[in-house]
Design a protein. Sequence first.
Length: 316
Amino acid sequence: MTATPTIPVGTAVSVKVPATTANLGPGFDTLGLALSLYDELEVSVRAEPGVHVTVIGVGEGEVPTDESNLVARSIAYVFEKAGVPMPGLEMVARNAIPHSRGLGSSGAAIVSGIMAARGLLDGIVEFDAVTLLELATDLEGHPDNVAPALFGGLTIAWVAEDGPKHKKLIAHRGVSAVVFVPEAAMSTALARSLQPASVPHEDAIFNVSRSALLVAALVQSPELLLAATEDRLHQSYRASAMRETDDLIRMLRSHGLAAVVSGAGPSVLVLGSDPSQRLRAAELVEQNSASTWQALMLAVDFKGATVMVHPVEVSD
Ligand SMILES: Nc1ncnc2c1ncn2[C@@H]1O[C@H](COP(=O)(O)OP(=O)(O)OP(=O)(O)O)[C@@H](O)[C@H]1O
Ligand SMILES: N[C@@H](CCO)C(=O)O
């Protein structure tokens, strides 16, 4: 009979996960980009059962601090799948990714939990990239945020018969990003409820052409970004729920800037073919919008999620 593996009290892991922006205009549920804004997590094994989370920064006083916390639920999911009992956990989450603004906070929380569990199960269970993406997609429901959060860079994600897959690409070094974050939140679940069950064939063709072009624009020809970021699959259906976002995108695009809804919104992403376009976008927003938008000038993160394991030190 084999003994059930246990993880020693005091074992600790540190995790860092980037924000992500999904869709990028036409690549609905498919394209994603990792950005240089991070949630950090420390998890240590404690003697008492259960979970306690200290949240610092975004979500402090708002998200649960017990087993129902999304990060804790994601850790528990991996332990359950691995068939290993989850030990008691003490966690500290330092969060910078805004919630429900279209910057992949739920995907980052899920990936944080999965990477923490991976670290805690080091030497007991091996996780390859395919398994990590499967676990994260099970929890998030679609792979376009969790793929870049896990692997960094620009990712194409798709769901095959045997599960989610991804291809990581390196974005052209001229590509820059600025995200305009509004004060008001909007949940992804609400945005998804506004999608129709089917779309006209010509709109599907429109998006196939633009998303193919977008991959070329992001990897090789950033000067094509404006044409390549047109969309007919999601933004117009959701516009009624985020009027100011729609207005800002129209204004920026009329000035030749590749503005799109970031993720499910309501933030606006502008992809620039050179860094000066970010400053131009920020000036235009300042001059033309009555609302308050926080401008985040971000680089592409090429690394994705990381985990460090701090084993228990055994004294003589
Ligand atoms: N670090 C976190 N810890 C705990 N819960 C979190 C964390 N980050 C996000 N969440 C949960 O996820 C919710 C936000 O998820 P939602 O899918 O609506 O938006 P998003 O992931 O920020 O945006 P998008 O999917 O459009 O990029 C929060 O309200 C909170 O319940
Ligand atoms: N593709 C997703 C991204 C947000 O999770 C959507 O637009 O609903």
